[in-house]
Design a protein. Sequence first.
Length: 218
Amino acid sequence: MGRRSLPKIQGDLDLSRHFYLLEDFAAKERPWNPELLFHRNAPLELEIGSGKGLFIRNAAIQSQNHDFIGIEIAYRYALTSAAQLSKRNINNAIMVNGDAARILHEIVPDNSLHAIHVYFPDPWWKKAHKKRRILRQDVVIRIEQTLQTGGKFHFWTDVEEYYLTTLELLKQTTKLCGPFPVQETEASDDMDYRTHFERRTRLHEKPVYRTYFVKSEE
């Protein structure tokens, strides 16, 4: 099943409230400050690899007392996701175009995130390319460091090998509690599917491996 083309962005759509580049937060005049971005102090959730933005849109609508930042490395997808947020006047979510690993390492402070979501990341199938996976040792260490006590790390994939190796990596390199299972009813209690990729996977009746971890008090 092929991917649908991205929708065209209306020329008069104002994206200044919803679309940012990584460089915007590296600049001294506009540091990473969620209170300035959202004009309030609320629990902050981060999605790594937002794709077309289905999860961040629905999550922001259904959890309006939380704020959401989506990170997408592909410019066109990040722009499209931001346009969908703007079109719907969703003011508790923004998109950032950039490398999530750099953002976690260089910009996001420790103990600042209520939750981190990673859904169906690129598996980089070839052995020589697996070092490019987003869930590698340095990144999962930063995930633990940036989560607040009680914060959750959600990870879903359709690749069993990626799932199992990530669970082992988390066990070896972090003190996060888990893995905790996510039941099918829990996975779809607030939306039929969380991402467009999950929709395609389920239409093909392929398994989805779901789990989450929790940062406990040290």
